[in-house]
Design a protein. Sequence first.
Length: 422
Amino acid sequence: MIRDTSHQDRVIAPPAGDQWQRKALIAAIVVAVLGGGYTLLNTWSGSSQSVNASRLRIADVTRGTLIRDAAVNGRIVAAVSPTLYSTSPSTVTLKTHAGATVKKGDVLAILESPDLADELKREQATYQELAAEVARQQILARKQKMLAKRDADTAEIDRLSAQRTLERYNSVSNEGVVAKIDYQKAKDALQAAEIRARHAAQAAELEGDNVALELQTKSAQLERQKLNLANAQRKVDELTVRAPVDGFIGTLSVPNRSVVPANAPLMTLVDLSALEVEIEVPETYVADLGLGMNAEILVGAAKTPGKLSALSPEVVKNQVLARVRFSGAQPEGLRQNQRVSARLLIDEKPNVLMLPRGSFVESEGGRHAYVMRDGVAVRTPIRLGATSVNAVEILSGLKQGDKVVIAGTETFANAERVSVNQ
């Protein structure tokens, strides 16, 4: 039975040169290990923990133009979306349906109101009556003017007759043919005729003014009635509901052949040719907003410029409603209430130190940042300025070219130094 192979082994002594080389190799390995350990020890000295670099996001501090902006969400709304109402108690007959495309002037509904129809007939009858009164007053005015003119002419004829009689008496008064008493009577008759002629002329003038004033009064009544008739006609015409703009029917508020009171909503018309974006802006940005501010509207993958056109005066749930109007042609295929995103361009700051925005802004409160120094993230006090969706301004604590951990510092637990493994 063979127990082992010891009886087959033979000890061979190594050459003197090989033994020296082996010792040198072992010494070199020991020196390398000690040097690496010293380097690691020097690097990790003061580090309370280590993190793999793949879990972090590191960016360089650069200098450039910072565009201060705010990212918000919104929805497409119609800038022109009129709601049509009933003008009086009536019965509605619909001539369209929800979702139908209509043109300006198309008949959308017909309202039946017997009261307005009767009112229009009464106003028409009153207008015709006043028109006849005016015509009759014109005839009466001409007649009265003629009578006044006749009286004035008769008085003038009497005056001329009395004047000629007195002239005849004057021609023979020196010869003693006419008695003195007759002569005085002729003079008195002339004076009386002159007075009557003067009064008749004045009476004719006053009568002309009077009949003109009466005619003017009747004409004014006729004009007033004409306005009443036009108003009644307008109310009847409004019983035919027409589309004020091109668009489509958004909603119908009443069923067909229903009885509605005055001022009841009938339907909503949406004009898709003029759309805007209604956005919700956090109240922290409101102080920096102003009408006419530039904006970018993201519809799908396309960006469209716009301008802030309206801003609500009230805050609801920490949000303020605003409207953004498209600066140029609006994108094709937009729909009412379609969800979109927008970017408000609040301010532009050139030649500033800045960093890409990351979670370090929130986790460190914007007061500290971890700067990479020889493989170690060192907690460094900083001061931030303006912020945007993509970048933040660095006011102090960092310099151009520094590498900063902008994301992944949540696990650092505010440690002063953290080793970063590659």
